[in-house]
Design a protein. Sequence first.
Lengths: 310, 245, 295
Amino acid sequence: MIGKPGLTLYGLFIVMALLAAAALLLGVAVSSILVLLLVYAALAYSINFITGMIGYVDFGHVLFMAIGSYVLATLVSYYGANPLLGVGLGALLGLVFALGIGLVILRFRGVYFAITTVVLVLAAYNIVLQFPQLGAGGEIIVNLKFQPLATYFTIWTIVLIEIVLTYYVNRSRIGFGIRAIKNNEDAASSIGVSPRTLKLTGYMLGGLFGGAGGAVYAWSISGVTAGPAFDFTFSLLMLAMIIIGGVGTSIGPLLGAVVVYIPSYFLLTTVAQAQPLIIGLLVIIMALFLPDGIVGLLRRSNEHLRLVLE
Amino acid sequence: MPILQASNISKNFGGVQALKDVSFDLPESAVLGLIGPNGSGKSTLLNIIAGLEKPTSGIVKLDSKRIDNLQANRVVGYGLAKTHQIPKPFSNMTARENVAVAVLYGRRNINSPSLALQEAERILSLVGMRSRNDASAGSLTVQEKKRLEFARAIATGASVLLLDEVFAGLSPEELKDSIQLFRKLHEELHFSALVVEHVMRAVLNLSHKVIVLEEGHVIATGTPDEVVHNERVIEAYLGSKKSAA
Amino acid sequence: MVAAELIVTDLAFGLMLGCVFSVVAHGLNIIWGVVKVVNIAHGEFIMLGAYGAYFLNLFAGLTPLETAPVDAAIGLLVGYAFYYAFLHRELRNTETITLQSEMVTLAATFGLSLFISNLAIILFTGNPVGVNYSPGTLQFGYLHVPIAALYVAILSVLIITGTWLFLERTLIGSTIRAYAQDVTATELVGANPAKVASLATALGFAVTMAGGALLTVWIPVGINPLMGALYAPISFVIVVLGGPGKMWGSLVGGLTLGVVIDVVQAFTTVEIAYAAAFLILIPVLVFRPEGLLKR
């Protein structure tokens, strides 16, 4: 590791502490709004591992979310399991699928990888529709008594773990290898970096936390339905969050989640369709003009910020 | 025992025979020049040794261990690193970070990024790029990028370097500097090197021995002086009297 | 119907469907092959072409066949606009797309894709619509072939052949092909890269939107703002199957996919058929990444 933890990590801890306090002190209304923010953040951190850090654009990341959602929904509604088990297993299954899929598709570069992830989501969606046990297109309802704090602190813990993991990966030897791969995969392997291992690790972390986030999401909205579960809008949201915040950074995903979520929460009450519209536009603008996001912009504008923001 | 040994390397690309039965020895701390007209198979040979391609037949041994069946990144772990003809820097990282990656992932067993960055600084000084430590690699000049390639290769701790046209595209001044730098580094670090070159001045100046490829096979080996006066070699470069007519 | 007759019918329909798929993917192929950019929003332009056919049918009584050229003209303009908005900056000074640029265009076109489809939901509402065009069926023995499908298939092949002729036999076309191989060389012989690239993009969009119009014949109740999400991946798979940049590859890929979908559908459900069609992508990329076409 490079030296002692910097301001960024402390800053993120403070934000998380504030979020925890808000839930405990400000009541259910606030925590039900913030829970979705944390779900978004968790998903943003998860796609950050494979797309932000390693540079492999995972359009199909919603697949892991869907896996987590379905695992939690089926475990709770058919077996009456504890939702925490659903989250744990959702994360595990996300990890396992990422491993299996990654072994095959991570060898594809750039566009080919991106398209393959899309194809996998569509295939998975079509396959899920065949199984009545998985709702066959309908909804699987999760009947749990309302436990806002349990849901909240589950996802809060997940995000905290992701923050710490992201922060330390970025500062560690692995972080150097990952950045090398992102810049030039062939050059990286010519100096000893093993792209296969690192790419797979990133993808698996994405699957693990994507599954965890998806499971909590299903828990918080009390169900899962095939159409929305495999909706590419989620992939767009996840991509948008890291592009807006700053790809690969530790702050980026959380920042992006705040920027994407807060307005959309208020927009939801006006025009429902406006949200993806605006997010889409934002993504276009950021991708073309500010590809390193808000964090990147801040780092470039000021020498002090460059040293402090990670 | 030569530190690098290639035995009967052949490579077929679906009908095209790029290499035919190429063998050579690279003694420790020696510099072996590899020359030949365009299309003679030099790059293919380098790629095979570095693990970027598999030979159709033949064996490559590094320090008596077989490496022809290994992937490029594993070959680095055994002590061999290759530079790229067209430099491939990590553009969005600083020069120092570029070299630090090599330190962390070579065979040096340095796992701490801060130590790696220090070591990277030291190596960049060695190649005369101290002042460009914090410059982004994408903003370096071509010559600087080539030096960076070289610095990265050394930084992996490799004992054998494969240098792919490192002297190409340099002005006479830059060439003189680069040759001097190479000499100095070779004296200090005692690496062994296989140098592919078109720039004759560099090859002849720096190599202990030279092998010449034409159309995939070795047509001459010897000291630089011997090779330069070899009729077969001259013919290969200038074309035979028959075809010139 | 006897098994053999069923198979022949499936095959015939698969081939006709495949022809339309080919032209729908062809625009993507052109742009991918020449400018080396993959437009993630490709599906949305197919959708716009389809809606074009719908509205022109509704208000002007035009058949999809007649709409196709209109859509193509619109596509040319849209293509130029797209080039200058998205690609010009990235391509202006570089020989090839760098990795960073690739991520940028992927992300930007992804954003565009969701922007356009959601805008379409607002403007057109989510209700699926269709074009009324049924000139009847032809009968070849036991084979009942809808004339509309036949016309569309023929027109699709004509379009692909036409673009091929354009690229092979005209000066401008050859310049485009040269650009696809080596941008700098094209500059050196005096062609303006921006003009070449923008023309190729415009051509690609023209074909795409015309394809969207022709597609409506096969989806009598399926024109909806989100249809791009289905036809874009189909197009991607087709282009990969045929090999990006290989003009006839669109036809090879399209026919293969059309036949696979129709035949598999005969044995299982339509969803499994599509799933299978999509998943073909993976073994092809693993074992034959340059596509099914030799050369």
